[in-house]
Design a binder for this molecule. Structure first.
Ligand code: G4P
Length: 528
C-alpha cells in the first residue's frame, strides 16, 4: 500500500469521542465496559481501581477522590472491530467546564449517557449545548435499565423536548428493572436476550425474532415490548445518518452498563455510525485528515501529572497527515520549531511511547514550555487552526503570600496554572506581573489552585476575595478604552496576551461605558 493509501485507511478507521453525562449516570462504569469489550482490559473494576491508584500518585488529586469528581481528563485508546477508538475523558464537575469545553474541541462525536430514572440532568444539558455549538453529533445511551425508571417512550419525549433534538431509537428495551432481559433491534425486529454474568465478563446474548421469543419472556413484559414497538412503528423516528451528523437527531440505545447489557450492540453502532476525523476549520486553505502533511493542535496542557518528574504534557490531536516520533514541526503562534521527541499515548496513568499516530489520535507531548492551548503545529505550509477561546470567569480572587520570599515561585506557579487553563490571570498594568487578579469559572478551581501551589511549588498563601463579579474582554475604539482607563471607577486589566479586560461588580457600568463610547465592544468569550 502506498503511504497515501495507508494514511487514508488509518484516518478513516479512527473514531474520537467523549462521553457526556451528569455525575453518577455511569460514565466510569461505561468506560470500563468499553475497554472490557474491546479486550483492552480483562477484569471489570480496573478503571475504578485505576481511578484510586491515580489519586495516590499526586496528592492534590485526592480531592478528586474525596469529592467523587474527576478533575483531570485522560485519554484512552482501544481497538474494536477494526476501528481505533480514542475516548477522551471529561471532568464531571461543572467547575471544570472550561476543561470539558477544550476536550470537546478535540472530538468528532459524543456519547450522551442518561440515567433512565433521571432523564436529562443539568450537566448533561450544558454539555449537550457545547456539542451543539461545536456541531458534534451525539449518540445516546439510556443507562441503568436494570432499575425501574421513566417509561421509555416518555423518556425519549423528555429528552427531545429538553434538548430540542429528535430521538431515533435504534433498539428498545424489553422489560425494565429486574425484568430487563434484552433489547429489540428495530431494523431487524430481532430481540437480543442477555444473560447475567454479574457484570464481570462479556455477556453472551442470543439473537432471535421477537415473534419467536414469546415463550422466553414473561408474558406482561413480552406484551409491553410488542405494544411499544407497534407504537414506535407508527410514531417513532427512523434513524437518518445525515440528520445525525448534522446534530438534528440522536440515535438512542438502551442498556445497563453495570450488567453489560446492551453494551455490545451499542459499541457496534458506535463504530458503524460515528463519524471519522473531520476537517478542522482554519484560516486559508483547509487541511483534510488525509492530506499528506502533518498538522495537529494542542487542546490541553497539564504539568506535574507526576510530581516526581515535574514534567509538562501537552495533549495534541493529530488533524492531518501522519505523525512520526521525533519529527520536527513548527508552532504557528510563535513561529518556533520544535522536535516532538517523546510522544506518548495514555491508558489512565500508564504511558507508552508512540512511534506514529494518525488523524483523530491524541498524543501526549513533553513540552519544555513552548506550547500553549490552541496552538497549531504543522509541517509544510503554515496552518493556523481555529483556537479554543476562554470564557469570562465568574469568580475572582487574589493570592496573598505568607512568605514574601516565595514571590517568584508564586508567579511561576500561577503562570503555569494559567497556561494549563486551570485559572485565568489578569495583570494590572501599573504593577506589572505582581499581585495579579485571578479568575475562575467555578470556586473549586481556586481550591485546586491553592493545593497545587502548595504541593507543586511549595507556596503557602491565602486566597483573598475581591469585589468583582464580571469580566469582559474589550475591543473596538481605542479612544473608548482610554476613556475607561482614565476613570477611577473602572478597573481595566490585561489578560495573558495583553488584551484589555474590564472587571466590574455588575454589568451596568459597562453598559454605561458602551453608551458613552458607541465604538466600544464587550465580550464574555475571549476574542481570538
Ligand atoms: P459516573 O462516572 O458517571 O459518576 O458514574 P459511575 O460509573 O461511577 O456510576 C455511578 C453509580 O451508578 C455507581 O454506583 C455505579 O455502580 C452505578 N451504575 C452504573 N451503571 C449502572 C447500571 O447500569 N445499573 C445500575 N443499577 N447501576 C449502575 P455506586 O453505588 O455509586 O458505586 P459502586 O459502589 O457500585 O461502585
Amino acid at each position: 500500500m502506498s503511504d497515501q493509501d495507508t494514511l487514508a485507511v488509518e484516518a478513516a478507521r479512527r473514531r474520537t469521542f467523549a462521553i457526556i453525562s451528569h455525575p453518577d449516570a455511569g460514565k466510569t462504569t461505561l468506560t470500563e465496559k468499553l475497554l472490557l469489550y474491546s479486550g483492552a482490559i480483562h477484569i471489570a473494576g480496573a478503571v475504578k481501581s485505576r481511578k484510586s491508584a491515580r489519586s495516590t500518585v499526586s496528592d492534590w488529586m485526592k480531592m478528586e477522590q474525596e469529592r467523587g469528581i474527576s478533575i483531570t481528563s485522560s485519554v484512552l485508546q482501544f481497538e474494536y472491530r477494526g476501528r481505533k477508538l480514542n475516548l477522551l475523558d471529561t471532568p464531571g464537575h461543572a467547575d471544570f467546564s472550561e476543561d470539558t469545553y477544550r476536550v470537546l474541541a478535540a472530538v468528532d462525536c459524543a456519547v450522551m449517557l442518561i440515567d433512565n430514572a433521571k432523564g436529562v440532568e443539568d450537566r448533561t444539558r450544558k454539555l449537550f449545548e457545547v456539542c451543539r455549538m461545536r456541531g458534534i453529533p451525539v449518540l445516546t445511551l439510556v443507562n441503568k435499565c436494570d432499575r425501574d425508571g421513566i417509561e421509555p417512550l416518555q423518556l425519549l419525549d423528555d429528552v427531545g423536548q429538553a434538548l430540542g433534538i429528535q430521538c431515533a431509537p435504534i433498539n428498545w428495551p424489553v422489560g425494565s428493572g429486574r425484568d430487563f432481559v434484552g433489547v429489540v433491534e428495530r431494523s431487524s425486529g430481532e430481540v437480543l436476550l442477555f444473560s447475567n454474568s454479574g457484570g464481570h465478563d462479556v455477556v453472551p446474548f442470543e439473537r432471535i425474532k421477537l415473534s419467536e421469543a414469546e415463550d422466553r419472556i414473561r408474558e406482561p413484559v413480552y406484551k409491553q415490548a410488542v405494544e411499544d414497538l407497534e407504537l414506535l412503528e407508527g410514531a417513532g423516528e427512523l434513524f437518518d445518518q445525515e440528520r445525525f451528523l448534522s446534530g438534528k437527531q440522536t440515535p438512542v440505545f438502551f442498556g445497563s452498563a453495570m450488567n453489560n447489557f446492551g453494551i455490545e450492540p451499542f459499541m457496534q453502532a458506535m463504530v458503524d455510525l460515528a463519524p471519522g476525523p473531520r476537517t478542522r476549520p482554519c484560516a486559508g486553505k483547509q487541511r483534510k485528515p488525509d492530506d499528506a502533511d502533518f498538522t495537529g493542535f494542542i487542546f490541553k496542557i497539564q504539568a506535574n501529572m507526576n510530581p516526581k518528574h515535574r514534567d509538562r504534557v501537552a495533549f495534541m490531536r493529530v488533524q492531518s497527515g501522519r505523525f512520526v516520533r521525533g519529527m520536527d514541526v513548527h508552532i504557528f503562534r510563535s513561529g518556533e520549531g520544535i522536535r516532538l521527541a517523546k510522544p506518548h499515548t495514555f491508558l489512565g496513568q500508564e504511558r507508552q511511547l508512540v512511534e506514529d499516530a494518525w488523524p483523530g489520535d491524541i498524543v501526549g507531548l513533553y513540552d519544555p514550555g513552548a506550547l500553549r492551548i490552541g496552538d497549531s503545529l504543522y509541517v509544510g505550509d503554515p496552518v493556523n487552526y481555529q483556537g479554543i477561546p476562554r470564557f469570562a470567569p465568574e469568580f475572582f480572587a487574589r493570592v496573598r503570600l505568607k512568605d514574601p520570599l516565595r514571590r517568584k515561585h508564586l508567579a511561576q506557579g500561577l503562570a503555569q496554572l494559567s497556561q494549563e487553563g486551570a485559572i485565568q490571570i489578569f495583570y494590572r498594568p501599573e504593577l506589572g506581573e505582581q499581585d495579579p487578579y485571578l479568575g475562575a469559572v467555578g470556586m473549586l478551581q481556586f481550591e485546586v489552585m491553592m493545593q497545587r501551589l502548595e504541593l507543586e511549588y511549595n507556596v503557602h498563601a491565602v486566597l483573598e476575595s475581591v469585589p468583582f463579579r464580571i469580566a469582559r474582554w474589550i475591543t473596538g475604539d481605542p479612544k473608548g478604552l482610554a476613556w475607561m482607563k482614565a476613570r477611577r471607577d473602572y478597573t481595566v486589566v490585561e489578560d495573558r496576551h495583553g488584551q484589555p479586560v474590564a472587571l466590574a461588580e455588575s454589568t451596568w457600568p459597562l453598559q454605561y461605558a458602551a453608551r458613552e463610547n458607541p465604538g466600544l465592544e464587550f465580550h464574555d468569550v475571549e476574542p481570538l
